[in-house]
Design a binder for this molecule. Structure first.
Ligand SMILES: C[S@@+](CC[C@H](N)C(=O)[O-])C[C@H]1O[C@@H](n2cnc3c(N)ncnc32)[C@H](O)[C@@H]1O
Length: 218
């Protein structure tokens, strides 16, 4: 109802009693999750009045307001203790990192569904350094490419390779056509750079390596 990105994010919620949507804005994720029976209740969090009001209006228009609490607060500051899934989507990777970092103590058993608009590699690096295991990833195309990460805190150190940090450990193990198209487009974008930096050249060679292996499989 609200597009492929929101649908995919909601579909990743499993056996939930209560989700928290951090940076809820329009509240679409919550509406989709409740209507699809993905969760029983939701906490809508936004640190700005107008977006939170917008979420409330939309949620009321679907008659779902009894199932949702609204919190005008930043990140996980006001996170309810009974939340089992935390969604952070449409935010920058650096913001997601700082919001998680502020309240690492509050993250225990919850499943985190993260979709950063940029800096996905930095986000993966932060997750591995803080013992978050990436359980699932998906690259989707919804007018543009979006990377989605599902992760959970575990009591083990996690070491990711450079390739895994850049492109995602699950994406690399379970590549699909959208992932390969995404890499093709990235490669083409780098090709257009007249004077590429060493970093870009290195990333290009890693992408080529992945795409060459794909061609070998076919
Ligand atoms: C681009 S919208 C993303 C909306 C929605 N999550 C989505 O995926 O479409 C970002 C929202 O995050 C909110 N936001 C930004 N910083 C925040 C913070 N520190 N805590 C909570 N919400 C925040 C903004 O007010 C805005 O409503």
């Amino acid at each position: 109802m609200f597009g492929k990105r929101i649908e995919k994010l909601a579909s990743l919620i499993k056996d939930s009693k209560k989700i928290a949507d951090i940076g809820t804005d329009h509240g679409y994720l919550i509406i989709e999750a409740l209507l699809e029976g993905k969760t029983l209740k939701a906490q809508a969090i936004d640190n700005k009045k107008m977006p939170l009001l917008r979420a409330k209006e939309n949620i009321v228009s679907f008659g779902l307001e009894k199932k949702v609490s609204f919190s005008l607060s930043s990140g996980l500051d006001d996170l309810d203790e009974d939340v089992d899934h935390i969604v952070m989507s449409g935010l920058g990777g650096s913001l997601i990192i700082s919001l998680l970092e502020e309240h690492l103590d509050k993250i225990t058993n919850q499943t985190l569904i993260l979709q950063a608009n940029r800096n996905c590699a930095e986000l993966r690096s932060f997750l591995s350094e803080n013992s978050f295991k990436i359980e699932y990833e998906k690259v989707i195309f919804d007018d543009k490419y979006y990377e989605i990460i599902v992760t959970k805190k575990i009591n083990e150190k996690i070491k990711l390779t450079e390739k895994e940090i850049l492109f995602g450990p699950y994406n690399l193990k379970h590549p699909n056509n959208v992932f390969y198209n995404y890499l093709d487009d990235e490669y083409a974008r780098y090709e257009k750079i007249k004077y590429p930096s060493k970093q870009i050249l290195h990333k290009k060679s890693l992408i080529k390596d992945i795409l060459d292996k794909k061609d070998c499989k076919h």
